[in-house]
Write a new protein. Structure first.
Lengths: 555, 97
């Protein structure tokens, strides 16, 4: 019975892993990068043409902007901390009515500044969407649209992922103690890969359980809310949320009567000395339920949301309306809810936590890649031990799986690096950079998959790893070129966060180059009885070990 | 599939077990979340609604990944059906008080 249970769960593990593995690779690679979404957005943002309006003048700018553009009253942002990415004091977005509510890529972005004569000037801005695009890739496992369908697919993938985790643990349990403390490096390569797969899987299991459950919730929460509202809450759920946000008629209020931003910030700072405000979000400020969310970070508490936490203030009276989302000021149920988000986004321990999440994300991607390699290795047809006889032809399904794994995984890595580099090279040369980011990513991604099937997994793995190294090293090289030759029209930010992006990319490129070299050695010189060899099996008797490296010269 | 039918055999029944885990697991998770919502009546509505939503996925995923442990698909439907009846019975009972 016991061994039969393990056999059953091994099948569950194999199937769920095969079905979800490659999508999860993309989600984890792009997700690891999303841990540093803000530094990446800063890296990709061109230098600002105008300087930020002083904070003391912000109140008059807000009032005059709202008079000239009443549509901005729906939601307007006042930035407190300038950075490469945050260059305007006052900005807002207009969302397409038809667009999906979670789709932030299609919004139109406006900024308000003051010109030399002191008049308010409103321009449509085109901030870099690069970091958001990579975030979306990770949310919808590489699918092109962030819509309901993509989210459902993500939900199914997350469900398979949870099944793969539980089944993997069940399969490993009986031999956990023996296998966990052993990384058997040696001649049995499959054993070594399996040991490594198990060690990484067990060590990062809590991280993966959190990711599987939260990702499934993020994907399905609309549906669950809908069903529960009918079944449990008797339709009162929407009322519980709308009580705060819905406007209910009344005279439009005069924004000039609002307290200035400095005063609103002071009210929140008085609540929590460790809270560092970054942005004020003005919501429906001309309506009866006017509110300002003072967003910020608190290094000493977990963040309720990916972008931090906030206190809600009435901008006319200065009264603090709610601290439900203020880090460090939440009650127990609120903290519990916030912890689900913080655990997914890694927003509970400052930069060290972000780095841990980055590495765990990359390790996760490796976990799925190695899972596929193990699937292939298990189905390998080996030559007979004595080195005589024919080299067996490999099964067709393993060759196809090798091509698919290499194409999808390395294709997404190449695509992401290419689209990052394009943020600087294409800026100012194309009308819709955001669309170009997508085109380039998918062109590279599908190109790599096509290449992998045409050339075979073994050759393509070497090609694509070198390409990944080249495209990734292009990230810091672009910055270096921009710094050396300002006439190119690109930029080289020298603050820590964007330089960190360059340094990380450099390290990544070195890593890919090492992998490319190792893979090349295996593909051109390793044992021939595998899909990972390009040496043509020579006719019997001649012996496989004598095969010359003809392939290297020709392809 | 094993041909010996002793007490130690376990049938695979992929389709019926998966369906039991997915369908009855989901209704069971909904029922548990409903029971929680009734019992946590003192909690602020906005919070209760969110916690109730968050409960569903972990329970569902746990049932779905555990459902292959049942001896057979029939037993999976039977036991999960009984669990559903108990939870929904308790959920209905809370309405009476």
């Amino acid at each position: 019975m016991r061994s039969e249970i393990i056999r059953i769960y091994k099948i569950v593990h194999t199937w769920t892993g095969i079905l979800a593995g490659m999508a999860l690779f993309i989600a984890f690679y792009a997700g690891a990068i999303t841990a540093f979404k803000e530094p990446l957005a800063r890296w990709a943002s061109p230098p600002a043409a105008t300087s930020m309006v002083p904070l003391e003048d912000a109140q008059s700018l807000i009032t005059r902007t709202l008079t000239a553009h009443p549509e901005a009253a729906r939601e307007l942002r006042v930035n407190l901390r300038p950075s490469e990415q945050v260059t305007a004091r006052v900005e807002w977005e207009i969302h397409d009515e038809d667009a999906d509510e979670h789709d932030r890529l299609s919004a139109r972005h406006y900024v308000a500044t003051v010109d030399e004569e002191g008049a308010v000037r409103v321009d449509e801005a085109h901030p870099s969407r690069l970091a958001e695009l990579i975030d979306v890739l990770h949310r919808v496992v590489g699918l092109p649209v962030d819509g309901d369908l993509s989210r459902s697919i993500m939900g199914v993938i997350a469900t398979l992922y949870a099944l793969a985790l539980v089944s993997g643990v069940i399969v490993l349990l009986p031999s956990l103690v023996k296998d966990f403390f052993a990384l058997r490096v040696g001649n049995n390569l499959k054993r070594m890969w399996l040991d490594a797969h198990n060690v990484v899987g067990v060590v990062s299991l809590p991280f993966h359980l959190v990711m599987a459950v939260t990702a499934a919730v993020f994907a399905f929460h609309d549906g669950i809310y809908f069903v529960q509202d009918k079944m449990i809450h008797d339709g009162k759920r929407s009322a519980a949320f709308q009580a705060r946000s819905a406007p209910s008629g009344g005279e439009p209020r005069d924004p000039a009567a609002m307290l200035p931003p400095t005063e609103l910030v002071a009210r929140v700072e008085a609540l929590s000395p460790t809270f560092e405000p970054t942005m004020l979000q003005y919501v429906q400020v001309t309506g009866p339920r006017a509110a300002v969310r003072v967003w910020g970070h608190d290094a000493r508490s977990l963040s309720p949301r990916a972008q931090g936490g906030f206190a809600m203030v009435d901008p006319y009276s200065g009264r603090v309306v709610s601290t439900d989302y203020l880090p460090g000021r939440q009650d127990a149920p609120q903290t519990l809810l916030s912890s689900f988000f913080a655990l997914h986004f890694g927003t509970y321990g400052g930069h060290p936590a972000k780095w841990v999440y980055f590495l765990l994300g990359l390790l996760g991607a490796w976990l799925f890649y190695s899972g596929n390699l193990l699937w292939i290795e298990t189905r390998r047809r080996k030559a007979s031990r004595r080195g005589q006889g024919e080299i067996p032809a490999q099964r067709r399904d393993t060759s196809l799986m090798a091509s698919a794994t290499v194409g999808v995984c390395l294709g997404s890595i190449c695509g992401i690096s290419l689209t990052i580099v394009a943020a600087k090279w294409l800026h100012g040369h194309v009308a819709d950079l955001s669309a170009w980011h997508r085109y380039l990513y998918y062109a590279m991604f599908f190109g790599a998959i096509g290449w992998a099937f045409v050339r075979g997994g073994a050759r393509a793995a070497v090609n694509l790893l070198w390409l990944a190294a080249a495209l990734t090293v292009a990230i810091p090289l672009t910055t270096l070129l921009a710094w050396l030759f300002p006439s190119l029209g690109m930029w080289a930010h020298t603050s820590a966060a964007p330089l960190g992006v360059d340094a990380t990319a450099l390290a990544g490129a070195l890593g890919f180059a090492c992998l490319a070299r190792a893979t090349s050695r295996r593909v051109y010189e390793g044992p021939t009885d595998s899909v990972w060899s390009v040496r043509r099996p020579l006719p019997a008797v001649a012996g496989a070990e004598a095969a010359p490296d003809v392939e290297r010269a020709t392809g | 599939m094993s041909t010996t039918k002793g007490p130690d055999t376990i049938r695979r029944d992929w389709i019926s077990k998966s369906l039991a885990g997915a369908l009855l697991g989901f209704s069971l998770a909904l029922g548990c979340s409903g029971l929680f919502a009734r019992l946590a009546s003192g909690m602020v509505m906005a919070l209760k609604v969110q916690l109730t939503m968050w409960m569903v996925m972990p329970i569902w995923l746990a049932v779905l990944s555990g459902c292959f442990l049942f001896r057979s698909g029939k037993r999976a439907w039977l036991w999960l059906g009984v669990a559903n009846l108990v939870v929904f019975g308790a959920f209905a009972a809370t309405r009476l008080f």
